[in-house]
Design a protein around this ligand. Structure first.
Ligand SMILES: CC(C)(COP(=O)(O)OP(=O)(O)OC[C@H]1O[C@@H](n2cnc3c(N)ncnc32)[C@H](O)[C@@H]1OP(=O)(O)O)[C@@H](O)C(=O)NCCC(=O)NCCSC(=O)C[C@H](O)C(=O)O
Ligand SMILES: [Mg+2]
Length: 290
């Protein structure tokens, strides 16, 4: 079973590492993971202090069970090397790298991680945010075991496609699904992009539901008000858990029959595997929330 079974990543919150108030607030927020941003959310002259803040947050031990990641500036920027050095010393759970466009880029990053002394325990999360990256998502995902998560960057994708953000994301559906297919084909986790309008609750919840239906493991978010929707939307519902338990019981009661029924529906081994996956996810979430 792939990684997401064991580590919930329903809600993954970006925060500008230059914003000390947000860094403080995040200690108590019920998110599964944090992305301490050094890239787009941080102005150029604030980047040195943001680096220091992000590293201090990672080493503070004050963020509980949250997965802590640092988003560095892209490999082609003047800040990348210093960001990597700071992240290497802090040793976050993962380093998020924006605008990863090819398998070669992944391999170069893995070399750069080693050269900078990034600990082996620090994974690579690659951002898929260009048309080229979408079309090469499977190669990117498969390029290294160090890469365990693909993160959609839908703001950059919209920009690169010369389109607009529209309700229902009809102009992104193909790209989103290609990214999910790439992740599933390679056993990696895949996170949906952000919803920019932090005041539009209905639009946000509709997008969470869509992301879940497409097969994403969780959603990247930008505001504390978006946490609850992602945590609920990307967790199995109480009904789904009850259904999974009942289905597995019906299968066991069938004592080796190749096919049984549960609530009037056909059940085969593949349905049992899906039910077991649902229960594993629910159990991992419940452990995290204890
Ligand atoms: C979007 C925001 C600028 C809104 O900020 P603000 O107006 O301050 O919001 P509120 O007043 O409603 O905030 C209420 C309290 O919550 C704290 N807060 C707000 N946002 C965060 C956060 N992200 N993490 C932690 N805490 C947060 C405020 O400090 C207030 O706290 P308090 O006063 O103590 O009650 C802001 O939300 C924000 O900056 N969000 C993150 C933006 C960001 O990181 N953007 C970069 C990534 S998005 C992206 O581009 C992905 C990708 O690359 C792509 O291409 O798509
Ligand atoms: Mg981006």
């Amino acid at each position: 079973m792939s990684d997401q079974t064991f580590r919930p990543r329903r809600s993954v919150l970006y925060m500008p590492s230059s914003n000390e108030r947000a860094l403080e607030k995040a200690k108590t927020l019920p998110v599964d993971a944090l992305i301490l941003d050094l890239e787009d959310a941080v102005a150029p002259d604030a980047k040195p202090q943001a680096r220091v803040n992000a590293a201090a947050a990672v080493t503070s031990g004050e963020y509980g069970a949250k997965e802590l990641t640092i988003r560095v500036n892209g490999a082609d920027t003047e800040w990348h090397h210093d960001d990597l050095k700071a992240a290497a010393e802090a040793g976050p759970d993962a380093i998020v790298v924006p605008k990863v466009n090819s398998a070669d880029a992944v391999l170069s990053l893995v070399d750069a991680f080693d050269a900078a002394g990034v600990p082996d325990t620090t994974k690579l999360w690659a951002m898929i945010e260009s048309p080229y990256a979408i079309l090469h998502a499977e190669e990117i995902a498969a390029a290294s075991d160090r890469l365990n998560v693909l993160v959609l960057g839908t703001n950059d994708l919209v920009k690169e496609l010369y389109v607009e953000h529209v309700p229902g994301r009809t102009n992104l559906v193909t790209g989103l699904q290609l990214a999910v297919l790439a992740a599933r084909a390679t056993g990696k986790v895949v996170l949906d992009g952000v919803y920019n309008d932090v005041k539009d609750v209905d639009g946000y919840l509709a997008e969470v539901e869509q992301g879940r239906a497409f097969g994403f493991d969780g959603k990247t978010i930008i505001h504390p008000g978006q946490i609850e929707g992602a945590n609920a939307g990307f967790a199995p519902s109480a009904e789904a858990v009850e259904n999974a338990r009942g289905l597995i019981q019906a299968w066991e009661d069938g004592k080796g029959a190749g096919v049984v029924t549960y609530n009037g529906r056909m059940v085969e081994n593949l349905h049992v595997e899906s039910a077991e996956r649902t229960l594993s996810i629910a159990e991992a979430i419940s452990k995290l929330e204890d």
